[in-house]
Design a protein. Structure first.
Length: 201
């Protein structure tokens, strides 16, 4: 795909600018950011698959957005690790924007349930940025947040090259080879986005 090859040569600041523009022009992403901002969480972003789909749909020139199973809202609050708080935030967002499939996770509490889900224990995370840097693939280690003056800020600890080159590559920070392979099978990336490159592991 020519669009993909062209983006591989684009400097990182320009990729960040393009990502911001895509979010601003999206019929649903900007309203989603505004809905989360209205809750006044200390440290938060919308990230992972929501950002991936936004970019990859654009690069494939899809006329309709790929359906999202969930829209990941990640926030960081080490002072309140109760799952009830996550659920309350998710309920508030669902009330504001019921058409969006919200999934809210306090990244400060991930270590409490990670082992039961993925089979190995992990240390507590120290910040939202560290959390984003731990997500499964480099292309999805990206989050967007909205400031009070409506500026979109990009959290991308590994940059945006994998995202804009439509590359799926395991991030070994917390994801095992087995989990990565299972995700590849479940996500069906090549079926959904024909231009994808999946790096085996």
């Amino acid at each position: 795909m020519s669009n993909v090859r062209a983006h591989m040569q684009v400097p990182e600041p320009h990729l960040r600018e393009q990502l911001v523009v895509l979010a601003q022009k999206s019929a649903w992403f900007m309203p989603a950011l505004e809905a989360v901002r209205a809750l006044h969480l200390k440290s938060w972003c919308i990230g992972a698959g929501a950002v991936r789909n936004l970019v990859w749909d654009h690069l494939h020139a899809f006329t309709a957005p790929t359906k999202l199973q969930d829209v990941d809202v990640a926030y960081f609050d080490a002072e309140d690790l109760r799952p009830e708080t996550e659920q309350a935030i998710q309920s508030l967002l669902s009330a504001r924007r019921p058409a969006i499939p919200w999934e809210v996770t306090n990244q400060a509490a991930v270590h409490l349930w990670f082992e039961s889900h993925f089979g190995h224990a992990v240390a507590p995370l120290n910040s939202l940025r560290e959390a984003v840097a731990s997500w499964p693939e480099y292309a999805t280690c990206v989050g967007l947040t909205l400031t009070e003056d409506s500026k979109i800020e990009v959290i991308a600890p590994y940059g945006l090259n994998d995202l804009f080159s439509i590359t799926v590559r395991r991030n070994p920070a917390r994801v095992s080879t087995e989990t990565y392979r299972r995700r590849i099978a479940e996500k069906r990336y090549s079926e959904r986005w024909p231009g994808v490159t999946v790096v085996p592991c």
